[in-house]
Design a protein around this ligand. Structure first.
Ligand SMILES: *[C@@H]1O[C@H](CO)[C@@H](O)[C@H](O)[C@H]1NC(C)=O
Ligand SMILES: *[C@@H]1O[C@H](CO)[C@@H](O)[C@H](O)[C@H]1NC(C)=O
Ligand SMILES: *[C@@H]1O[C@H](CO)[C@@H](O)[C@H](O)[C@H]1NC(C)=O
Length: 438
């Protein structure tokens, strides 16, 4: 009785111990799965570099997440302040409270989930949606090639969009200057001015122009194709109005719109990171603006001189000056240009005078590696100081509708700085028109 009882107790205790060990190890495995280290079996190989990564490869420039409040543009590797993945996106400033990075670690495609810091840029100008950095510290020994963003640490990885993390591999500069045109919209058809700006940029030393394209005319489409084939233009499709109500104003008018000026600020930030490794400088201006050097023949010599005078600076601000398209001078009237829609900038050489109460807005040439966050007229977060470039060194030639429309021609300042380039500009524009338009 006692003997057999001892045996029974031993069996029960043994079963209990095994049971507890089993349950405990299963639970701790579950806990691990849920909290930090979701280990999913690797799936089939996809692309080189992203072998074994799961999730649905993102197909478009703007990818809405399930919450409809978060829009992902692209993740970028950034090791300037510790190793992080910085995801450029657009979020609703109140509604999006939590996001998680689901990293795909190499070489086995293991998934590691970590919580993101959501940094909505301060320059929202009253709109409910704004540019955001969704920043995740990368796990050690992970070397992720791809990441998915999700509002929860739980979910089905196979249902989530997967993004390649750009800027992972070190590269050497391939160009000196890249111009970022942040949003081409409203069935843009100012063809002649666009071609003139492009040819001026090239004369001044630009090798690459990135255009975030929302909409443009058929003819403009042809011109962009020409420049893409030439290797100058890179088009980033920017269908932001498919997801958000966009305003064509930069500040919120209480009109139910979601985001300002076609998401310009997000595009500019994306453009900086996209070109961080390949371009020595990034130029943030609109297609109707040209930074005109007044002491140097081109941007390269101007920037060397500015950098020499301002060591430790990577942000150079240039003053904007309006040359109204309503005030013309009857020169450079080139007959073959008259059939092309748009403004002939060579005929607009009168600029509006400064106003006492108005500070002229600035546009920038930056060293992208020094910038973390940018706005339109200044940077929000960067290494080092910003320098105001004086008027005798350069100004921004900005040909558009007047800001001081009541002023007669006599009250404007005649400024023919642009004409210095007339012969090469005319020759180059003619070449493009012959090949792409006429
Ligand atoms: C998300 O946005 C789309 C397009 O605007 C809309 O059709 C859909 O109903 C939205 N979904 C949610 C959950 O709000
Ligand atoms: C350009 O010349 C044409 C005739 O050759 C004339 O009709 C037109 O008004 C001129 N335009 C300007 C802006 O001078
Ligand atoms: C146009 O450029 C040529 C050659 O650079 C120059 O000689 C000429 O003075 C310029 N024309 C004007 C009106 O400035």
């Amino acid at each position: 009785m006692i003997h057999s009882g001892k045996k029974d107790i031993c069996t029960i205790v043994c079963v209990l111990i095994f049971g507890i060990i089993f349950i405990y190890s299963w639970k701790s495995h579950q806990l691990q799965n849920n909290i930090s280290r979701k280990i999913f079996p690797p799936a089939k190989a996809v692309t080189p570099g992203g072998q074994l990564c799961r999730g649905k490869p993102a197909q478009n420039t703007i990818t809405p997440l399930e919450d409809n409040r978060t829009f992902i543009i692209s993740p970028y590797f950034d090791d300037r302040e510790g190793k992080v993945t910085r995801v450029i996106g657009i979020v609703h400033h109140e509604d999006v409270k939590e996001l998680y990075c689901w990293f795909c670690c190499q070489p086995h495609g293991k998934i590691y989930v970590s919580k993101a810091k959501i940094d909505v840029h301060s320059d929202r100008f009253g709109f409910p949606y704004g540019a955001a950095d969704i920043v995740c510290v990368e796990p050690e020994n992970c070397d992720p090639t791809h990441v998915s963003i999700h509002q929860s640490p739980h979910g089905n990885i196979d249902q989530l969009p997967r993004f390649e993390i750009k800027n992972r591999k070190a590269e050497t500069f391939s160009v000196d200057f890249t111009v970022c045109i942040s949003a081409m919209f409203g069935n843009y058809n100012n063809v002649l001015q666009f071609i003139q700006s492009m040819e001026m940029y090239k004369i001044l030393g630009v090798q690459k122009v990135v255009v975030y394209k929302n909409s443009c005319s058929q003819l403009m489409e042809k011109v962009l194709k020409f420049y893409m084939k030439e290797g100058t233009v890179e088009i980033i499709p920017w269908p932001i109005n498919s997801y958000l109500k966009v305003s064509s104003k930069w500040h919120f008018m209480q009109d139910g719109t979601h985001i300002g000026y076609y998401g310009q600020i997000t595009a500019l930030n994306d453009c900086i990171y996209r070109n961080m490794q390949r371009s020595r400088f990034v130029v943030l201006n609109d297609a109707d603006e040209i930074i005109l050097p007044l002491k140097h023949p081109d941007w390269k010599t101007m920037m060397s001189s500015l950098q020499e005078q301002n060591p430790g600076t990577g942000i150079f601000l240039f003053e904007n000056h309006i040359f109204p398209e309503t005030i013309s001078t009857p020169v450079f009237n080139i007959s073959s240009w008259n059939t092309v829609p748009g403004v002939n900038i060579l005929q607009h050489v009168h600029r509006e005078p400064d106003r006492k109460e108005v500070i002229n807005p600035k546009k920038m040439i930056i060293d992208p590696r020094r910038v973390f966050q940018t706005s339109v007229h200044s940077v929000l977060r960067a290494y080092g100081t910003s320098v105001n470039v004086p008027m005798d060194v350069a100004l921004i030639y900005h040909c558009r509708v007047p800001l001081q429309g009541n002023l007669p021609k006599e009250s404007l300042i005649r400024d023919t700085s642009l004409w210095k380039y007339n012969s090469s500009l005319i020759m180059n524009v003619n070449k493009v028109l012959r090949q792409a338009v006429l």
